[in-house]
Design a protein around this ligand. Structure first.
Ligand code: SF4
Length: 236
């Protein structure tokens, strides 16, 4: 099965547990103000590749993956190409690889549900905790990732919630109250990652000759993020 990808990272350490082979899919319907990969947005961009070739490449690194590592489908939005994602995931599982999907949770249909049958862990972004912010800074309703999370919970799929912290937007008390409510409601959530907003992607926007919407925001320090992590209430 062929699909379009932006790039591959052979030995990634930030997209799921352990060391992972990360496949960045091409295409995303959202427009997050802090998007690090605006060059993945265009569905027609990137390059075409066969799912078998991806698995063959991933298996070359199998000895590095250890007990926790494996393959992660990221993007862009990997679940937009749901059949292609499923083809990779099925073969990955057959080959004994742990599978993760890093998603915005904006698309949930029968084909996506089918692909999720072969996923060991979902990394789900809850980018903001109000619908107004979602509409304004992401481009969809907050209901979308919440519906997705409800489904993951029904299917008992272990889930890591992720949130990029943008000072003055979501580093406030209300956000953490709401985030903790979401964490408490869904038992499948066993991990939460707070990531500091960064601006290193600005050059990509410059190259594409489009404005970087979040240029005006400051970046949090590591100490700021560590302090905010203390506000997360999660049962381990
Ligand atoms: S969902 Fe991800 S790839 Fe899509 S715009 Fe948002 S940050 Fe970028």
């Amino acid at each position: 099965m062929k699909g379009r990808i932006h790039s591959i990272q052979s030995l990634g350490t930030v997209d799921g547990p352990g060391i992972r082979f990360v496949v960045f899919f091409q295409g995303c319907p959202l427009r997050c103000g802090y998007c690090h990969n605006p060059d993945t947005w265009d569905y027609k961009g990137g390059r075409e590749i066969d799912s078998a070739e991806i698995i063959e490449k991933a298996l070359r690194y199998k000895s590095y993956f250890g007990r926790d590592g494996g393959i992660t489908l990221s993007g862009g939005e990997p679940l937009l190409q749901s059949d292609f994602a499923k083809a990779i995931l099925v073969t990955a599982k057959e080959s004994g690889l742990n599978t993760c999907v890093d998603t915005s949770g904006c698309v949930l249909n029968d084909a996506v549900k089918d692909a999720l049958e072969y996923v060991d862990r979902v990394l789900l972004d809850i980018k903001f905790t109000t619908n107004e912010e979602y509409q304004r800074y992401v481009g969809c309703s907050l209901d979308k990732p919440l519906e997705f999370l409800k489904y993951l919970n029904e299917k008992n799929i272990p889930t890591t919630l992720r949130q990029v912290i943008v000072p003055t937007l979501n580093d406030n008390e209300e956000n953490f109250v709401k985030l903790n409510e979401i964490i408490a409601k869904y038992e499948c959530v066993d991990d939460v990652e707070l990531l500091g907003f960064k601006k290193i992607c600005k050059t990509k926007y410059d190259d594409m000759k489009i404005p970087f919407p979040f240029e005006i925001y400051s970046t949090p320090t590591k100490a700021d993020i560590e302090e905010l992590k203390k506000k997360i209430k999660i049962k381990k």
